[in-house]
Design a protein around this ligand. Sequence first.
Ligand code: NDP
Length: 326
Amino acid sequence: MLYRNLGTSGLRVSVIGFGTWATFGNQISDDLAEELLTIAYENGVNFFDTAEVYAAGKAEILLGNILKKKKWRRSSYIISTKLFWGGRAETERGLSRKHIIEGINGSLQRLQMSYVDIVFANKSDPTTSMEEIVRAFTQVISDGKAMYWGTSRWSSVEICEAFSVARQYNLIPPTVEQAEYHFFQREMVETQIPYLHQRLGIGSISWSPLSCGVISGKYTDAIPCMSRAQLKGFSWLKEKIISESGRRQQAKLMELQIIADRFGCSLSQLAIAWCLRFEANNGVLIGATSTEQLMENLKSIKLIPQITNLEVLNEIDNILGNSPNT
Ligand code: NDP
């Protein structure tokens, strides 16, 4: 496994983190979830991500149960959870001081832990003042319920505002942004993150390197019945895949497959290694529904040195045609 510091913090994260969205407490059995988590941990993955909203809290409960059963040293892994959508009531959503404090308490209870390593704001909340948000996350950390806090899907302007408020009132600024990043979604991680990292020391943990499995190549001819796009609640993914732009993406993936074949790797491995090609993206969060997928994806780390070759990167850029830096 390869490890990087999370931004300018001292926290060493495995470049591949394992996420629980869509799978834990939903798509896969509890036994398989335990097996996957064990494989990940035994292969050096030290970062496990969840959220209060995943499977309406069931993902946190399952993750907590497995970790309790495994008895791995708490100091040997990093747990992150995310707050925003905590329940149906008006007061159970958003980034009010009330929801941040009650939300973290609920997550800790479900996880059966006294602290998480990172608590993320799962989304920005324009209806709550930045001062209230930064104060509340500072309190969570001061109370020993989290080590760091981070943002997810925030714009660079919002992240800068959080920093400025933290400096003004001597509060704790966010350490990391969690943004979507893959072949077809590049803007934030390629144009904003390097700047935020250089100026503010912000770290980056990106999510969905396979765009929910689309980049594995499994959707070239049809929508396989045992895939995320067939899950209840994921019709938006199916529609995206069969749309005009989805078909164009599939055509590009067939071209990228040729590069993967040349490297003797799978398209998924090429995609994950590509996301990790620059250090400012400290890690990626992957998901898996089988041990085979997980083992395949973990092996992508070996490809990183090969993919940083400029010719290869240009070749990929020419196929994608969406580099935000040109
Ligand atoms: P990926 O893009 O890696 O998609 C994972 C899914 O793709 C798997 O569940 C599986 O689905 C399929 N897959 C994975 N590997 C392969 C393979 N080798 N071959 C074929 N199919 C494969 O990541 P996720 O979308 O799952 O996101 C990862 C994590 O990121 C989440 O668990 C969560 O922690 C985080 N996240 C954060 C968000 C945020 O707002 N901050 C939003 C979304 C995710 P299947 O077999 O069912 O097709």
